[in-house]
Write a protein that binds this ligand. Structure first.
Ligand code: SF4
Length: 319
């Protein structure tokens, strides 16, 4: 990691060119999440949030999908393309939210409430998806909840912050799994308000994985693509952005004349913002290596993929 950080701009460009050549030779597509490092976003064929990436993965005709994101996202791409090779530059790129929902414990909860419809946020393992009736992302979660008949009780997992937000938005009472994302729970409300006092004309925008007190002061709450659209179309020119800091790259490209301030985290850190250490495990060098070696590859059992596909397809039909 240190060695990669010290590579010169020329070396980085050369490596990017090698990645581009390799992906053409191998008929590969690079799908990257907005939270990836800028140097990876720059060479991706498609950059998006979880929903956009899942849709793209479902329709690509490339033979190899290189997923620059975290494990559950690459798993989703594999479930949607069981016959294709899906690569993840670093298999250890997990997700605190997905890990907060272990399958055995979730199976137990589900068994206690057999009449409940199970809605799971896409940030969960493939095994949890097999226990779900329908999957959702932050872009379509409201629509998914509203599609469930009023008289049906709902279990929502794994993100309690998104769950609470959805309960407020839809008026539906749901049984919430007690999971959270470490990145979105790291924002400090006090520090955020301090930044706001210094920039009183700023709009506060937040991802619904953030804690309730942050969402309460936000002028806009939405998915990463929702936030990007909001900043693009807003008449305002200053924004305090409460989500993973990687989004700022694409956002600033869209609105070079606007001022974007990352929401500060509780812990002191150099950029005063939250970064997902899991997302940042993928590096340009690892991306090149994985394309070159065609590994690490996501391997899932057929049966698991078949079961996990149903709730994902239900979501895609609704989106
Ligand atoms: S930002 Fe949070 S939810 Fe997203 S991958 Fe990182 S830990 Fe998971």
């Amino acid at each position: 990691m240190k060695a990669e950080m010290s590579i010169s701009i020329d070396e980085k460009k050369a490596l990017q060119e090698r990645v581009k050549r390799l992906k053409e030779e191998k008929n590969a597509v690079i799908l990257a999440h907005y939270y990836q490092e800028p140097e990876i976003q720059e060479i991706a064929d498609f950059i998006g949030d979880s929903l956009e990436l899942a849709k793209k993965a479902a329709t690509t005709d490339a033979e190899i999908i290189v997923f620059a994101g975290v494990h559950f996202m690459a798993e989703t791409a594999k479930i949607l393309n069981p016959s294709k090779k899906v690569l993840l530059p670093d298999l250890k790129a997990g997700c605190s939210l997905a890990e907060s929902c272990p399958p055995d414990a979730f199976r137990k909860l589900k068994a206690e409430y057999p009449d409940h419809v199970v809605v799971t946020y896409i940030n969960c393992s493939a095994e949890i998806k097999t226990l779900s009736d329908i999957v959702c992302t932050s872009s379509n979660a409201e629509k998914v909840i509203k599609s469930i008949p009023e008289d049906k009780p709902i279990i929502f997992a794994p993100d309690k912050n998104l769950g609470r937000y959805l309960m407020e938005k839809t008026g539906r009472n749901m049984l919430l799994w007690d999971g959270a994302c470490i990145v979105h729970e790291a924002f400090s409300l006090d520090k955020l308000l301090e930044v706001y006092r210094e920039n009183p004309s700023a709009m506060i925008i937040a991802h619904p994985e953030s804690e309730a007190h942050v969402l309460k002061v936000a002028n806009y709450v939405g998915s990463t693509s929702g936030m990007l659209n909001y900043v693009k179309s807003s008449e305002h020119d200053t924004f305090i952005v409460a989500t993973e800091a990687g989004i700022l790259h694409q956002m600033q490209k869209n609105v070079p004349h606007k001022k974007l301030i990352p929401a500060p985290a509780k812990e002191d850190n150099t950029c005063a913002c939250s970064e997902c250490a899991f997302m940042k495990m993928n590096t340009l060098q690892k991306l090149y290596n994985c394309l070159q070696n065609e590994g690490p590859e996501i391997i899932l059992e057929e049966d698991l993929m078949e079961k996990a596909l149903l709730p994902i397809e239900r979501m895609l039909e609704l989106s």
